[in-house]
Design a protein around this ligand. Structure first.
Ligand SMILES: C[S@@+](CC[C@H](N)C(=O)[O-])C[C@H]1O[C@@H](n2cnc3c(N)ncnc32)[C@H](O)[C@@H]1O
Length: 195
């Protein structure tokens, strides 16, 4: 059983249905490799994946160019039972070196088309057969107009034309049944399991 109220103590930018789907994807992925979380923020997606990895194995490597509060919140990490399951890399994704097989990739960092494509094409080859890739905001945001001012301040969410359809275009371009055997969408998150 997952105590979702405990996870609610971390401010997250994915909703509960997406979180439950992400947890389930990790829990049911038994291939070897690490879980790579691109865009840590306060560590919500990292914590969800780390919790599910208690059952299916592996650890989470989570990357953000900004500091994350999760690494300092040792009490919460203990309450969630995910001690030792998360490694935080405080760096730009484009600057980290990588040579590890990946069992699950969650992409939720920059949302511009160029950046999402860069991250996808770089890390997808490392995802093992039977592993999954999930992309957040691959279903366009439909926020009320008064929210948009807040979101527009987050320049890495938007292309210069004001759209944030990078994740959606990458999903449409690269996810197909030749390469993935299960494709799905839940709320704003799209995912596929690699053949
Ligand atoms: C939408 S938030 C991540 C939300 C998080 N996954 C959650 O569950 O709440 C996006 C994060 O990506 C980070 N980010 C954006 N571009 C990045 C880059 N090129 N390298 C590293 N981090 C980046 C931002 O600093 C921000 O914290």
């Amino acid at each position: 059983m997952v105590d979702w109220k405990e996870f609610g103590k971390i401010e997250g930018l994915i909703d509960i249905h997406e979180a439950k789907t992400l947890h389930s994807l990790v829990q049911h992925t038994s291939v070897d490799g690490v879980l790579l979380d691109l865009g840590t923020r306060h560590g919500y997606s990292a914590a969800i994946m780390a919790h599910a990895a208690r059952l299916s194995g592996g650890k989470v490597i989570t990357v953000d160019k900004e500091k994350s509060s999760l690494q300092d919140n040792l009490n919460l990490i203990k309450q969630l039972g995910i001690e030792g399951k998360i490694e935080f890399i405080n760096d730009k994704i484009e600057d980290i070196s990588w040579n590890l097989p990946i069992k699950g990739l969650f992409m939720d960092a920059s949302h511009t088309y160029g950046d999402v494509k860069r991250d996808f094409t770089r890390f997808e080859p490392w995802v093992s057969s039977g592993g999954f890739i999930a992309i957040h905001d691959a279903v366009p945001l439909k926020l009320p107009a008064n929210y948009m001012g807040v979101w527009k301040n987050l320049s890495n969410y938007f292309d210069s034309d004001g759209t944030n359809s990078g994740p959606e275009i990458v999903f449409n371009e690269f996810f197909n049944y030749d390469k993935f055997e299960a494709l799905g969408k839940i709320q704003c998150m799209a995912y596929g399991v690699k053949k």
